[in-house]
Design a protein around this ligand. Structure first.
Ligand code: GLN
Length: 244
């Protein structure tokens, strides 16, 4: 058991919150509370260096190009701490703009390269047109993951992927890959927000954070996901046109 609340850090919610990414935080907290797990959200405002040692889980949401450039600067202040924490297993969920910032660089449409954290061996090149639409991917760990994507950047890497594209564009619109998995890092282009419609992934993230916090493997109590399942079924049927 965790003797203190699970510490969930929401980084730069004032800059990185495209397509209601903060719904991911609400989902994580609700699914903890429903199980009697105490969770505390630490909102880290823009321009502030994070105290990575204090967190059990970090969320980096999506952002516009302008906001990404601002966040990139702050993130790089503590690049070494980030590298060490991720190698040590810090759970990190990074969405779209946040995901791009984990890599070497994110190239803006004018060709300028915004430097990332270089935690992952990953680059994001500018491209046209924007890759927009509903998306479904197949993940080995979580089955089908659904959501929405809207990005100009094309991401390329040789790490494990979060999933394979069933419908949509994914990392670059070409190689059928979506997102990244490295140690306890989950990176993806999927907004929606991601977690409300993907409870299996939400629980994997929570269990990973619990294990990181306690040093022990953690099996979560099951929840009644009837509503979440209905939302997924409706999405798959109406938006992805897959019979469920
Ligand atoms: N600005 C980035 C892009 O367009 C990320 C956008 C996002 O987070 N949705 O590629």
């Amino acid at each position: 058991m965790v003797q203190r609340p699970l510490h969930i850090a929401h980084l730069y919610p004032d800059l990185l919150n495209l397509y209601a990414d903060k719904g991911n935080i609400q989902t994580l907290v609700s699914r903890c509370i429903w199980r009697g797990i105490d969770a505390e959200v630490i909102s880290v405002p823009s321009g502030t260096d994070p105290n990575l040692c204090d967190y059990d889980l970090v969320l980096l949401g999506g952002g516009s190009d302008r906001e990404q450039a601002l966040v990139g600067r702050t993130l790089r202040n503590s690049q070494n701490e980030w590298k060490a924490a991720v190698e040590d297993g810090l759970p990190l969920l990074a969405i779209c703009g946040g995901y791009q910032l984990l890599g070497e660089y994110y190239q803006l449409p004018d060709g300028t390269k915004v430097k990332g954290l270089s935690i992952l061996n990953l680059v994001t090149e500018a491209g046209e047109p924007r890759l927009i639409g509903n998306v479904a991917i197949t993940s080995e760990e979580c089955g089908t993951i659904v959501g929405f994507e809207n990005h100009g950047g094309r991401t390329w890497h040789h790490h494990e992927v979060l999933g394979k594209v069933q419908k949509g564009h994914g990392n670059n619109g070409q190689d059928g890959s979506e997102g990244v998995r490295y140690k306890n890092v989950f990176g993806t282009y999927i907004h929606g927000p991601l977690l409300p419609k993907n409870p299996v992934l939400a629980d994997l993230v929570i269990a990973t954070a619990m294990e990181y916090a306690t040093g022990e493997r953690h099996v979560l109590d099951p929840l009644d996901d009837t509503l979440e399942q209905a939302a997924r079924d409706a999405f798959l049927k109406r938006r992805i046109q897959v019979e469920v």
